[in-house]
Design a protein. Sequence first.
Length: 223
Amino acid sequence: MGKNESDNWLGLYGGEVNKYKLINTKREKILSNKVKGGDLDARNELVTANLKLVIKIARGYSDYGVSTDELISLGNYGLIVAANRFDGNMNVKFSVYACNWIKYYIRKAVIDNSKKKKVEIDIIDNEANNSIENLSVNEEELKVDNEIQDKRLSDVMVKINALTPRESNIIKHYFGIDGCDEKNLSDISKIYNISSMMVSKIIENSLRKIKCEVVQDMVFSKD
């Protein structure tokens, strides 16, 4: 598929994906419990609500020799794996949890492709520059990574709860964590009777206080 064809396909696919609505944390928990019982419709709803996240992540790896449509296809598979494994009682949004699985399958494709071409490339992920030959991905490492993320989430919740009550509640509502429904700036501004700009400023200042990689993943997965 040429670049123009790929762009056209991505535009059409993105248009279809945009038709699916986001779901809140309460709905994610309900769907997670149904998925554990083998409900494929519940899994489909959980997956389709987060397809835009796959596109966003896939675009970040589009310059490494693997077509965007293939990256999205593999990322979607990772999203399905995440949906099968997700526990809605973890007090973390599904999109945050799914990021690791999506990246796992996308990175694996990039690494496999580079090995076939015998070309060493660098993948820039957050602030780290890692040689492709030093990047290894397997499910055991991913399991450990998820355990570390759970620990980081626990740590960041301590920091969030140490903020002022208003800051803490605004952060929880904005990211849809700790049992709170995800809300946009406008919704939050109405709750506290302040402007959306003020809400945005409070979020910015609060995140600066927290400074945690889990928060970076939350921001990355936030639409």
